[in-house]
Design a protein around this ligand. Structure first.
Ligand code: GLN
Length: 485
């Protein structure tokens, strides 16, 4: 390992001092990607990366992303580079355009080195359902533990470490949960802050593009350059973009945090709780006000079913174009229905089929009122409750996941309280479109775990400010699996 264990910040210094070139970095990242044993990559962009990197000869002092290698979740479109969303139905699909977020990073002369695995079509939380099979947690050499999903490959590639950062997408917790399992910073910004043009839609009212990094500051750099209005995404926000990096060190004294008693009570892992409480004690010493408040238990237990109905319904509708004609390999058939049936039977895994069947059921005229519309009403109630908390507090602070990364066969009972509450609350950030970040706060038997902070919409600057403080408190900056193991 030479350089890929460094942060963007550190690499930038070396690049501007000409101690290393973008080509050196791209070559190293590609070599590491080729040797990857965690099944993190769908496609390695060797030719593209070397071509881009070799043209970068004059360092740009004010551009921290100049020459920095990165990886891209494979549900984000890349021009002339296969993009499959880890689904057989998209095998061989090559987009004609770049997603806006990719285009913006290319304009900053960051160097893409590969496309990463995901749970098929970003639906799932385990990193086991993509067409290439399970992606492994780099912290576990026995290959039994999950990296978490759906952005499993981006999580594994950044923590291995193969690249200093990677793009992901988050509809329910797909960046923030894996970030906890692999010891990374994982950001889901405010809904509409980053253009979704070129991101394959899963559930557009919840979908956001975001990142995995190994420091809070690196995340701030990335948001600086990727945010903003995009004419190709009419839902992208016109709000001005803050300079997140320059605001990061503002004092935290007087900021107010709410932590939720019912979520804390649902966590059974004492070691995780202890680390979490320790960060709270330290924040209080810095003058941060922290209160444990109550949120209705039934409301918390309704997050998962509400998420499931809304996300499956939106997914069914948005993926109707994966029919073997518009997208996907053509399969013989006498009618449109037959062609579509054959393509989808071959193209989708069981998990996707179940979700689409469920989504179609919830959208049927006779069920819509009882399922889809009821879920939407409940989402509104939940959002009102969260916004009420955030009218009095700057942040909501929680554990990101109940414990360290589980083993593949440690099946969770989806109806027990720990699962319903402790394992699903991150979707609150998607329901309300809030910025939300996971930061590592501890290691248990050399396996990392994280906490999560949510802030008011468009208050990413404050979110980074408090996260930077938590990072200083824990000292867990720039973790990677190789050095911890
Ligand atoms: N784990 C959630 C799901 O199963 C979230 C997925 C996501 O955020 N893309 O759908």
């Amino acid at each position: 390992m030479k350089y890929m264990n460094l942060t963007i910040d550190q690499l930038h210094d070396l690049l501007v001092n000409k101690e290393v070139t973008p080509l050196d970095l791209a070559k190293e990242a590609i070599e590491l990607a080729k040797k990857d044993t965690n099944n993190a990559f769908e496609y390695i962009m060797e030719k593209e990366a070397l071509e881009i990197a070799s043209k970068l000869t004059e360092p740009e002092i004010d551009n921290p992303l100049w020459g920095i290698p990165f990886a891209i979740k494979d549900n984000i479109s890349t021009k002339d580079v296969p993009t499959t969303a880890s689904s057989n139905i998209l095998n061989g699909y090559v987009p004609l355009f770049n997603a806006t977020v990719v285009e913006k990073l290319l304009n900053k002369h960051a160097v893409p080195i590969g496309k990463t695995t995901l749970d098929e079509l970003a639906m799932g939380g385990t990193g086991t359902s993509g067409h290439l099979g399970m992606t492994y947690n780099p912290y576990d050499e026995t290959h039994t533990r999950l990296a978490g999903g759906s952005s499993c490959g981006s999580a594994a590639a950044t923590s291995a470490p193969i690249v200093p950062f990677a793009l992901g997408s988050d509809t329910g917790d797909s960046i923030r949960k894996p970030a906890s399992f692999v010891g990374l910073v994982g950001l889901k910004p405010t809904w509409s802050r980053i253009s979704r043009y070129g991101l394959f839609p899963f559930a557009p009212s919840l979908d956001t593009v975001g990142f995995f990094t190994r420091s809070v500051k690196d995340c701030a750099y990335l948001l600086n350059v990727t945010s903003g209005r995009d004419e190709n995404d009419s839902t992208s926000s016109t709000k001005p973009v803050d300079d997140y990096v320059s605001l990061i060190n503002k004092p935290v004294k007087g900021l107010k945090i709410a932590t939720i008693r019912q979520i804390n009570n649902a966590i059974k892992d004492e070691e995780v709780l202890k680390a979490f409480n320790n960060t709270i004690e330290q924040l209080k010493k810095e003058g941060v006000i922290v209160d444990e408040i109550d949120l209705d238990l039934n409301m918390l237990a309704s997050i998962f079913p509400t998420y499931f109905v809304i996300s499956c319904s939106e997914a069914t509708s948005n993926n109707a174009n994966l029919d073997g004609i518009k997208f996907g390999p053509y399969c013989e058939g006498n009618t449109y229905q037959e062609v579509m049936f054959n393509a989808r039977t071959k193209g989708f895994s069981e998990l996707i089929k179940r979700r689409f069947v469920f989504g179609s059921y919830a959208l049927m005229r006779e069920n819509q009122q009882e399922l889809f519309l009821r879920a939407q009403k409940n989402r509104r109630k939940i959002v009102n409750a969260i916004n009420e908390i955030l009218s009095q507090y700057d942040f909501i602070y929680t554990i990101a996941a109940p414990s360290v990364a589980p083993k593949k066969d440690e099946s969770s009972d989806r109806l027990n309280e720990e699962y319903l509450i402790a394992d699903n609350h991150l979707a609150l950030g998607n329901f309300a479109g809030l910025p939300s970040i996971t930061i590592p706060i501890g290691l248990k038997n050399k396996l990392p775990f994280g906490a999560n902070v949510m802030a008011r919409a468009f208050e990413e600057a404050k979110l980074f400010q408090i996260s930077e403080k938590i990072e200083q408190i824990t000292g867990l900056k720039n973790l990677n699996a190789k050095e911890v193991k």
